[in-house]
Design a protein around this ligand. Sequence first.
Ligand code: HEC
Ligand code: HEC
Length: 283
Amino acid sequence: MKISAMTAIAAVLFSVPGLVSADADDDQLVINGEIEMTTKTEPPAHLDGALPEIISGWHFRADETQALQMDDFDNSGMIFVDEGRAQWNEVAGSEGKSCASCHEDPSSMEGVRATYPKWDEDAGEVQTVAMQINDCRENNMGAEPYGYTSTEMANMEALIALQSRGMPVDVAIDGPVRETWEEGKEIYYTRFGQLELSCANCHEQNYGNRIRSDHLSQGQINGFPVYRMKNAKLNTVHARFKGCVRDTRAETFKPGSDEFVALELYVASRGNGLSVEGPSVRN
Ligand code: HEC
Ligand code: HEC
């Protein structure tokens, strides 16, 4: 007998019989008492009614966790931003250069997080921020690339994300990226693993419900990289994707793979209009 996705979720994963609903709350995310974030807004047209509203993962966290993201002194992700800043100024590689040699202050990265992944004309492919960072390390610095989900990469991504904090996510889905975007969309709706669950089964059809001891969000990535209390470090988008695919008991794609790059582009576009929040805080 083939069980439906909903039965699979309910039977295997939900901690309590029936679906206990606890919708997104109505709290307001204002950082440091001054940066007002858009954490709920109209869905982008391409979602075609699949979601009535797009909602940041922040709304699904407990009040204590939410509070940690409201003040930079309480946001542990900021410690890693400082490490990213040190890396930014560090000379590495055969060319004797640092990021600062060419890009000066990190503030030159304003707007970058909001528009990636995006098309890179020279490479002829969609690039994520992580790919662009490694492109610069390898080709502009003569340095070793960072591991795709390494601490160094997450630190640098956090520093770069911070420069766009509060700006609306605005990822292009037309033109040369279209094919990759379609691939990402297909992956999003494909059921994986023994549980035969797609991203959509959990994050589109069941957000607001409780799963194990967790509260399901829409799986948005506007808050990445994310500081998680669970592992006390910054977590990258592809590391999170990997964890979610594993939870369906499937073989997962590799971080940095074409599949995860396409998925990142698609998932990012589902959040078009939400504020860039990185580095955010989650349980
Ligand atoms: C030798 C000069 C040079 C160095 C050193 C360098 N970059 Fe770059 N970087 C560039 C150039 C030129 C571009 C734009 C062309 C391109 O996309 O490659 C760029 C583009 C970027 C972009 C994309 C910006 C955008 O608007 O889309 C990011 C992000 C970036 N660099 C990060 C870094 C980081 C992080 C470092 C240090 C680890 C670094 N770069 C080191 C020259 C450099
Ligand atoms: C079995 C249910 C399930 C499936 C299937 C699933 N996830 Fe998740 N996902 C979770 C849970 C639980 C969390 C942690 C709570 C939350 O933020 O939703 C999570 C968190 C996330 C987050 C972090 C959101 C944030 O704001 O911190 C992202 C991004 C994400 N998932 C993306 C995906 C993608 C992409 C897929 C498909 C490859 C997927 N998930 C499949 C259960 C699932």
